[in-house]
Write a protein that binds this ligand. Structure first.
Ligand code: CP
Length: 337
């Protein structure tokens, strides 16, 4: 018996299982995520070439639609698209007709009239990229660059790339995600990705007020004590306090949070001696991470950013290829590497 794919897969995948939008890691297969990481690996060296370009998206138009602020995601999507030879339009939402009352759908229709082939969307509302993916003209791809508290799938995949690069894979791997998990779309996507890719154990560490209710149902182990949670882990992922998403007092104070959950060299001693330290950024020094760790030898935080370009190149080329194959089943057989 063939089971119907879950709703997010139906939107994201073509009838023959290729990626056509990338909205969420949830419900995707291990083989598709591994294919994405392998495709990214084939793009890493492009950043080191004298001419940092491949022609895969030549003639395509990518529109960055960022309704929330961003440094890393917006910049690396722009660089990724340019390295794939696409034309890139960064709509400045603060100066757009959104401020005159234009709806998201009307903005979308107008950008489609300019022959956009892909929308990269960051939005404060969970589900906005799904809404757009259901509304766009067939053949146009939508990539979720972070929606509300829901998902940040390309961040999770660049994190998986980084882990695979430094640890060789996911078998037997213990990963700790520390801090404000409750408000973190990054953590949600990371948990799904780590479970799909077969990590041995995913631990969430934080105060009860900043962990999801019934977090264990996500397939994780929960710790409220930093020393216990970090014991013998291979990877430590620190999270920023998402104060912009907090509507009540979740913490006594930032100083108290740093004392209990801020990562410094003394706390890092509980992890394995070769454990790596990651953070999606932006980092808040002295709040969730000490400078001695952020700038120390175990930190791979800036490497995550570099790998993000290759991972976003992979996602964009796979989505365009999937769209082309669903429009014309004779095309789009590979990712055009
Ligand atoms: N990690 C991340 O999403 O950073 P930006 O908000 O700068 O894009």
């Amino acid at each position: 018996m063939t089971l119907a794919p879950p709703p997010s897969s139906r939107v994201q995948l073509t009838d023959d299982g290729k990626l056509r939008h990338f909205l969420s890691v949830e419900h995707l297969s291990r083989s598709l995520l591994e294919d994405m990481l392998d495709t990214a690996a084939s793009f890493v060296d492009v950043g080191g070439r004298a001419i940092k370009k491949v022609p895969l998206l030549r003639g395509k138009t990518v529109v960055n639609l960022f309704f929330e602020s961003s440094t890393r995601t917006r910049s690396t999507f722009e660089l990724a698209a340019k390295r794939l030879s696409a034309d890139v339009l960064n709509l400045d939402i603060s100066k757009s007709a959104t401020s005159k009352g234009e709806t998201l759908l009307d903005t979308l229709r107008n950008l489609e009239a300019m022959a956009a082939d892909m929308f990269v969307v960051r939005h404060q509302d969970s589900g906005a990229p799904f809404f757009i993916a259901n509304e766009v003209t067939p053949g146009v791809a939508v990539i979720n660059a972070g929606d509300g508290r829901h998902a940040h799938p390309t961040q999770a995949m660049l994190d998986m790339y980084t882990i695979r690069h430094y640890k060789g894979g996911f078998d037997g791997l213990r990963v700790a995600i520390v801090g404000d998990v409750l408000h973190s779309r990054v953590a949600r996507s990371q948990i799904h990705a780590l479970n799909i890719l077969g990590a041995e154990e995913v631990r969430l560490i934080g105060p009860r007020t900043l962990l999801p209710v019934a977090a264990e149902s996500l397939g994780v182990t929960v710790f409220n004590d930093m020393a216990q949670g970090l014991r013998d882990v291979d990877v430590v992922i620190m999270l920023r306090l998402q104060k912009e998403r907090m509507d009540s007092a979740f913490l006594p104070s930032e100083a108290e949070f740093f004392r209990l959950y801020g990562l410094n060299n003394e706390k890092l001693r509980h992890a394995k001696p070769d454990a790596i330290v990651m953070h999606p950024g932006p980092i808040n020094r002295g709040v969730e991470i000490a400078s001695e760790v952020a700038d120390g030898p175990r930190s791979v935080i800036l490497n995550q950013v570099t790998f993000g370009i290759a991972v976003r190149m992979a996602v964009m080329s796979m989505a365009i290829s999937g769209q082309e194959s669903s429009q014309n089943p004779e095309q789009g057989e590979d990712h055009g590497r």
